[in-house]
Write a protein of this length. Structure first.
Length: 504
């Protein structure tokens, strides 16, 4: 991040702007969506209750009318029309919701507590729901369920029941429905407001932190509330990303410093050799020797920059698409054979143990390059006079394939093991030997690309380097074994950028 990057501060928001911002939040929109769904469910539930309540009341009214009709039928059968009129007159004077009416064939009132009913109702025997009035002057609308019968001589008998109780209950349910729906909407809006406000405060805090990071404060981290919600998971992931970015930025600064420091000497030596050749060379042979020395020095610098480019490419993950099943055991045996002669020349024993079927998803050349760096480093710095032995072992451990390179040299202090995985990092006892400090950095990048792990530990004495890669199914071994034992570029003379020289 450039120090000169201008990041505008967040202006102070007005109340209206903050409310609009709150309404646009996902939390508020989700709350409104849940509110609409809940309100619809409540509407359907209350409507279903109201519909069933009305049906139950209608059934009760019809049952009451049937009971009334049965009683009047018995009276009619016992005493005829006169007995029926007497019973209807007596019942009409009793308080209640029951309705009775007896009329002539022409519709004239004979007896009953109904003063008005539409003529069409009396003209059509059967059950219906209609309006009625208690008296001729009663203009207040009433509703009732009635049943009309035609008696001998053209007389009409109407038996019914007022539906005021049913209508009153329906009104009560309607008011309860409106009140409940209003309460649901109000509580939903308030709940959505509170939830959105809480989320918005955390998002604003994240925005403030990210803006501070954009100004150059790479130590800033997003707040994690600790409740494990989605914002906490997002903040934790972003903090890990920021930590990784911080490591890369620190690595870039260290690389810049180390390049300026470590490459200054070979460039100066290159320039001095060329200058000396121009000043002192007296024959073509001397000029040729000077040019060969300059070319050799230039090749070393090119290898350094090639190694830096490879590490950058691996750390960016751009080589992950070329991963394929690789038999790690075959690759270990192939690299071990390349270094057997070098180990014998140095008076060292190189023990290689690797089984079959150790399949991983990887790049054969990169795995071989990393292994070559580790073995080259162990041969140069990992053996003393008493224990002149370097061991390389590959084995299957659970769901992983483990590769171990161990020596008996001076090892790496525990406090330095994390630092030596950086670029151009060299310990003091290795500065007298050739190298630029890129070996373990390249190995670490290869391991990261293959989603593996790298661990440095004490071998008592010496250094133990352990690489672990996710294992694949043994069925992929045939495809990997076809090319796993080919020579690895750069193995005999060290990795690109020189030997490991006891640093990554």
């Amino acid at each position: 991040m450039s120090a000169g990057l201008a990041v505008e501060p967040i202006p102070r928001e007005t109340v209206g702007a903050r409310i609009q911002k709150l309404f646009r939040t996902t939390a508020f929109k989700l709350s409104l969506a849940y509110l609409a769904i809940f309100a619809l469910c409540a509407f359907l539930a209350l409507g279903y209750v109201a519909w069933n309540a009305r049906a139950v009341l209608d059934d009760q009214i019809v049952s009451t009318i049937d009971a009334e009709i049965n009683g009047l039928s018995e009276q009619y059968n016992a005493g005829g029309l006169r007995r029926l009129i007497t019973v209807v007159e007596r019942r009409s004077r009793e308080p209640g919701a029951s309705l009775y009416l007896v009329t002539t064939a022409s519709g004239e009132h004979v007896v009953g507590n109904v003063g008005y009913v539409p003529a069409a109702v009396l003209a059509n025997p059967g059950q219906s729901e209609t309006r009625y009035g208690r008296g001729d002057s009663d203009v207040e609308p009433h509703r009732a369920i009635v049943r009309v019968f035609t008696l001998p001589g053209g007389f009409r008998l109407l038996v019914g029941r007022d539906t005021e109780e049913r209508d009153r209950l329906r009104a009560v349910i309607g008011r309860a429905f409106g009140t409940s729906l209003a309460a649901v909407v109000l509580l939903g809006v308030i709940g959505g407001w509170l939830a959105a406000s809480r989320v918005l405060r955390r998002v604003d805090a994240m925005t403030q932190t990210t803006r501070a990071i954009m100004t150059g404060d790479l130590d800033g981290r997003l707040y994690v509330a600790g409740n494990g919600d989605e914002l906490d998971r997002l903040a934790a992931s972003l903090n890990l990303m920021l930590e990784r970015i911080g490591e890369l930025m620190r690595g870039m600064r260290e690389v810049s410093d180390n390049i300026a420091h470590d490459l200054k000497t070979p460039l100066t030596r290159l320039r001095n050799r060329a200058d000396e050749a121009l000043r002192t060379a007296a024959s073509p042979d001397e000029l040729r020797a000077a040019l060969e020395a300059v070319i050799e020095e230039s090749d070393g610098l090119i290898r350094v920059f090639n190694a830096l480019l490879m590490i950058a490419r691996l750390e960016a993950g751009s080589a992950r698409e070329i991963l394929a099943p690789v038999d790690l055991g075959a690759a270990v045996r192939g690299v071990g054979e390349l270094y057997e002669a070098l180990a014998e020349d140095q008076g060292l024993a190189l023990d290689v143990k690797a089984g079959d079927g150790l399949i991983i998803a990887g790049n054969r050349e990169l795995i071989g390059q990393a292994l070559a760096n580790l073995i080259d480093n162990a041969l140069k710095y990992g053996a003393d006079g008493a224990q002149a032995r370097v061991s390389v072992e590959a084995e299957r451990v659970g769901d992983a394939v483990r590769l171990i390179v161990a020596d008996h040299g001076p090892g790496i202090p525990e406090a330095e093991r994390a630092r030596v995985l950086g670029r151009f990092v060299r310990l003091e006892d290795a500065r007298s030997r050739p190298g630029f400090g890129l070996g373990l950095s390249l190995v670490n990048a290869v391991v990261r690309l293959h989603r593996g792990t790298l661990r440095l530990s004490d071998n008592g004495p010496g250094l133990r380097v352990e690489l672990a890669f996710p294992a694949q199914l043994p069925g992929d071994a045939a495809e990997a074994r076809d090319g796993a034992a080919e020579p690895i570029p750069g193995s005999a003379t060290g990795a690109p950028g020189g030997s490991i020289s006891r640093e990554p």
